[in-house]
Design a protein around this ligand. Structure first.
Ligand code: TXA
Ligand code: MG
Length: 352
């Protein structure tokens, strides 16, 4: 797909549809977005309806250039510095909103999320449209985010007027969300890492997304619905298993008569193969995907892999080998934890 050529006629048609209050899905470097004219309250209402998203969950306004951010939000010195450094790119800033910005976009809050994506198709659409495009990920609320045009069509079908195609998202998971309102915090981890953000703006950033891992921590100051405990979920129950416990868990699943599709690291392959061979009558791995241990590659393939394991074969569940804990993996770990949270299996195995 790297030789994909942007069709300006298609971009203009998409832009016209947005102007007419319709919804257009488009690729970004993170995941596909479901776009609506951010200045049209009827279009925003349609967006929430199609997405199936509760009204108090804000959406991100996408723009083509830093100068346009001033029309939507107040940029502090630090915010401007972050924008200049990381935009276009996988960063969303939560900033104080300008008075005219509809609270329909902001979930009733006085803040607005803004982002300038780097994907060429997204940028072409945004600059042709010439104003803000409100765009959540182009999936139904709570489902896996799409990283292909086909996945968008499968999830939203006729409800979206047009799906723009383009080069495959290079990042693969949603943007890092940084709030610069109140205590500077990272609300959602992504592939742009906390240390890189802190190094540029000189602020100490609270890692609000770690709240559930840190005992007794209270809710983040600004609530981001993407941080609902259960989100980004496949249909099949997903079980996230600590490294080193995979053999044990697979055996236990076999005892319970459950089959699984497996997502594990390449360096665990021989161990798993030997467990599967030795205990063929007790372990039922239906399909397996083994991935290399680089966070960037893992993130790029994550939603496609989960989708595949969710739709392939007849397994009762998906088992995922937990990635490492260092900050390069925070985004991936966050999505996997949410995909597993609340699944009956995860609680069954909490003691393993
Ligand atoms: O990479 C991305 O950010 C993708 C692409 C399409 O740009 N978009 C995306 O949008 O992930 P969505 O709606 O699925 O997730 C947006 C997140 C939500 O968790 C929402 O709560 C948070 O951004 N958010 C948006 N505006 C906010 C605000 N004013 N305050 C706090 N959180 C906000
Ligand atoms: Mg989303």
């Amino acid at each position: 797909m790297s030789d994909f050529v942007i069709d300006q006629k298609e971009i203009e048609r998409a832009s016209e549809l947005l102007r007419a209050g319709q919804l257009v899905a488009f690729p970004t470097e993170t995941v596909y977005g479901l776009g609506a004219d951010a200045g049209n309250v009827d279009a925003i209402a349609k967006l929430y309806k199609v997405k199936g998203r509760p009204g108090n969950h804000p959406v991100i306004v996408h723009l083509s250039e830093l100068a346009a951010v001033d029309n939507w939000a107040y940029l502090s010195k630090e915010a401007r510095l972050l924008g200049e450094t990381f935009w276009p790119g996988p960063l969303t800033l939560i900033l104080p909103r300008k008075a005219h910005v509809s609270t329909l976009l902001t979930g009733g809050q006085d803040t607005v999320g803004v982002r300038i994506p780097s994907h060429p198709t997204a940028l072409a659409l945004l600059s042709t449209f010439g104003s803000g495009v409100a765009a959540p990920s182009a999936n139904k609320f709570g489902k896996l985010s799409p990283t292909t045009a086909a996945a968008v069509k499968e999830g939203l079908g006729e409800e979206v007027s047009m799906v723009l195609d383009g080069i495959t998202p290079d990042i693969g998971i949603e943007s890092t969300i940084v709030s610069l309102v109140g205590e500077p915090s990272i609300l959602r981890p992504g592939m742009l890492l906390p240390e890189d953000i802190a190094a540029v703006c000189g602020l100490e950033l609270k890692l609000a997304y770690l709240k559930s891992e840190a005992e007794g921590e209270s809710e983040p100051v600004v609530k981001a619905p993407g941080t609902l405990d259960s989100h980004y979920a496949p249909q099949r129950p997903l079980l996230l298993v600590e490294r080193g416990k995979l053999g044990e868990v697979l055996l236990e699943l076999g005892h319970k008569g459950l089959t699984c599709n497996l997502l594990a690291f390449a360096d665990s392959q021989s161990l798993i193969d030997s467990v599967a061979q030795d205990l063929a009558d007790k372990v039922s791995i239906d399909r397996s995907l083994f991935v290399e241990g680089q966070a960037k590659d893992y993130a790029r393939g994550l939603y496609g892999n989960l989708r595949h394991l969710d739709e392939t074969g007849a397994a009762s569940c998906i088992v995922v080998e937990e990635p490492p804990g260092d900050s390069a993996w925070h985004g991936v770990r966050d999505r996997l934890k949410r995909a597993g949270h609340g699944s009956s299996l995860q609680s069954l195995f909490l003691s393993v």
